[in-house]
Design a protein. Structure first.
Length: 112
């Protein structure tokens, strides 16, 4: 039996950055639907218009990228960035002028 160790270079984080028009009621509805779909797919809001999600592998990240592409609104700009868990660990956040370390990422074990 072969065991694979969890590797910080294989675990991925996805970031979705978006700038959607919200001038009309239809555009606001589309932007809200897009944000809600991101949340249903496991993304969390880091900042308004910036969402992130932990993925156990690159294959998992590709699945979620495909999902985001599927529910993108017609208008606006959406960017998706993937980084490794090792890169994610070097993010420095500032809240109210003081730097704060990121919370530890989720520890997941896949059995299939």
């Amino acid at each position: 039996m072969e065991y694979k160790r969890i590797n910080a270079y294989q675990i991925m984080w996805l970031f979705v950055f978006f700038d959607l028009p919200v001038m009309t009621k239809k555009e606001r509805r589309a932007a809200t639907k897009f944000r809600k779909n991101l949340e249903k797919d496991g993304f969390i809001m880091m900042q308004y218009s910036v969402y992130s999600r932990h993925c156990a592998s690159q294959e998992s990240a590709q699945v979620h990228i495909k999902r985001v592409k599927g529910f993108m609104p017609v208008a606006g700009q959406v960017s998706i960035m993937s980084i490794t868990d090792k890169q994610y660990g070097s993010i420095i956040n500032f809240f109210g002028g003081t730097d704060t370390q990121l919370p530890d990422g989720p520890r997941q074990l896949e059995l299939f």
